[in-house]
Design a protein around this ligand. Structure first.
Ligand code: ADP
Length: 510
């Protein structure tokens, strides 16, 4: 008997299949700035494939941002839902919930132009939108109100990052007695601990918590992620190593105490990778398909990429790729600090980033200094990202911290060994060749410094340039052979986590 199987709970245990909804700010390919979007999409699909895990497809509630493209062929079902919204004239907002089947899950777009029909997801060139608390509280409330309007109870609301944390507050402060959503368990997945959704006291009314809002948070306001961590039945982050790191002040971003307090209800589940979405054998963005059995296509992709970004395709010198959100987390400054010495070693760089353009200033200066050696592309570009994973020789991921990371997994799947800082999920997904020559899949370095990065690149270049290509080919082959599929391990772990969340909720609601 486990600790949750008391007689009272077992009498009310839900059906073995769970009614699961996701609330998230990103979901690939509809809306993505980083790995959050990849994971929400892949996990929702994978849960639907586990026999007996979920009751019907997972429903993913996502804002209908301006850029979301509804496929013309989708059979869209539109439902009008009236959502309490104390700051709106009349105290309610009408949203249209546009739902359709999205390759393995049901996408439910919350259409409310005043909140979401804007150029960016989170902000524009002048910074974060000032009404983000209201926008994301509306998302969560609309998700709960949609299921109430349909009279379809929910067993688990999986909330992703701070944007979805208003759901935890709303459930506890406003819907606790509701028969449809009040008993739902909440499972919080932290993809990024750096963004808390800090809501100052004078903006708390945006959350629409009514009088209950005054009792939440402290005198200064509400840390939405902190509230999610405190209130969700289960909390996880996306790799075991990061789950250990964030219990320490150095990585905990001020929430380490909250996480420690959750004891064994806080865990790390390593992200997978959707191996159908990311497959060099079928990727239409690539100049030529390839797989582990025949890498000829990868050489064609390399030539194609270099021509696209203005580097000499005939030059055999190693190409290092970097892709990521322009955020201090991602270590673009380390790449800039190392760039001159990397170029001096004959290496070239292809960089793709979008976000805070100032983070590329150092690299731009190095590119001007070394014409023909460093190509920088500053935008979000799905196809180019795929062409880079396929076309470069080595992939650099010098993140200062990394909850999991998708980039390094994609690179390995595309036959491109990663060079990465040994932190978080990077440590969990890459086997250093120097530590294990027979099992290595990449190169790890311990200090987040340009020097450590350069030393790791030196190790990689020695293998890359060795006259005998055997060690390099074996390294590439091992990376391509890793099974990252969600179905094989991570998605079943989420199913267990959700069952545990349900049991914990039952134990408190009776
Ligand atoms: P994070 O979640 O911190 O952004 P991950 O490595 O987990 O980092 O995921 C990043 C995802 O976003 C990958 O799929 C990567 O290819 C993609 N990505 C990041 N920046 C860009 C960009 N500028 N253009 C296209 N794709 C990008």
């Amino acid at each position: 008997m486990n600790r949750f199987s008391g007689a009272r709970a077992s009498a009310r245990l839900p059906s073995p299949t769970m009614r699961v909804i996701f609330v998230a700010a990103e979901c690939e390919p509809w809306a993505k700035t980083g790995g959050l979007g990849d994971v929400v999409d892949a996990l929702a699909r994978a849960l639907g494939r586990i026999p007996g895990a979920v009751d019907g497809p997972v429903e993913v509630f996502l804002p209908r941002y301006r850029s979301v493209q509804v496929p013309p062929s989708a059979a869209v079902d539109a439902l009008e839902v009236r959502v309490p919204d104390p700051l709106a004239p009349g105290g309610t907002s009408d949203v249209t919930v546009r739902s359709f089947d999205a390759n393995g899950y049901r996408l439910r777009l919350i259409d409310h132009p005043a909140a979401y029909d804007r150029a960016g997801f989170y902000g524009d060139s002048s910074g974060d939108f000032p009404d983000n608390a209201r926008r994301f509280a509306l998302l969560g409330r609309a998700a709960l109100e949609t299921r109430r309007a349909e009279r379809r109870p929910v067993d688990v609301v999986a909330i992703h990052d701070w944007h979805a944390c208003p759901v935890a507050l709303l459930r506890d402060v406003q819907y606790a007695d509701d028969p449809v959503v009040g008993r739902a368990a909440i499972s919080l997945t932290i993809h990024n601990l750096a963004y808390h959704g800090w809501t100052p006291r004078d903006q708390v009314d945006q959350l629409g918590l009514g009088a209950g809002g005054a009792t939440v948070g402290d005198a200064w306001g509400i840390d939405l992620l902190g509230e999610g961590i405190r209130r969700a039945e289960t909390v996880n982050t996306v790799s075991p190593t990061y789950a250990r790191e964030v219990l320490l002040p150095a990585f905990g971003m001020g929430l380490d105490g909250h996480l420690v307090a959750r004891g064994d209800q806080f865990t790390g589940i390593l992200n997978g990778l959707d191996q159908e979405v990311w497959d060099p054998a079928t990727d239409p963005a690539l100049a030529a398909p390839y797989d582990a059995a025949s890498l000829a296509g990868k050489a064609a992709c390399r030539a194609d990429l270099l021509a696209r970004v203005g580097l000499d395709p005939a030059d055999p010198s190693a190409i290092l790729g970097v892709i990521g959100r322009l955020d201090p987390q991602k270590g673009f400054d380390l790449v800039a600090g190392a760039a001159r010495r990397l170029v001096a070693r004959g290496a070239r760089l292809v960089v793709l980033g979008s976000g805070d353009a100032t983070l590329l200033e150092g690299l731009r200066a190095e590119a001007t200094r070394a014409p023909g050696r460093i190509a920088i592309v500053e935008r979000f570009d799905r196809d180019l990202s795929r062409q880079i994973y396929a076309g470069v020789d080595l992939f650099l991921m010098p993140s200062r911290f990394e909850p999991c990371g998708q980039g390094q997994m994609i690179a390995m799947r595309y036959g491109t060994p990663p060079i990465a800082h040994r932190t978080g999920g990077l440590a969990d997904t890459i086997v250093d060749l120097g530590i294990d020559a027979a099992a290595g899949t990449g190169f790890l370095f311990d200090q987040a410094t340009p020097e450590a990065l350069i030393a790791a690149v030196d190790r990689a270049l020695r293998v890359y340039a060795a006259p005998d290509r055997g060690a390099w080919s074996a390294l590439v082959a091992r990376g391509m052979a890793v099974d990252w599929s969600w179905e094989s391990s991570s998605a079943p772990l989420y199913a267990s986590l959700f069952r545990r969340a349900i049991a914990l909720r039952l134990a408190t609601t009776g």
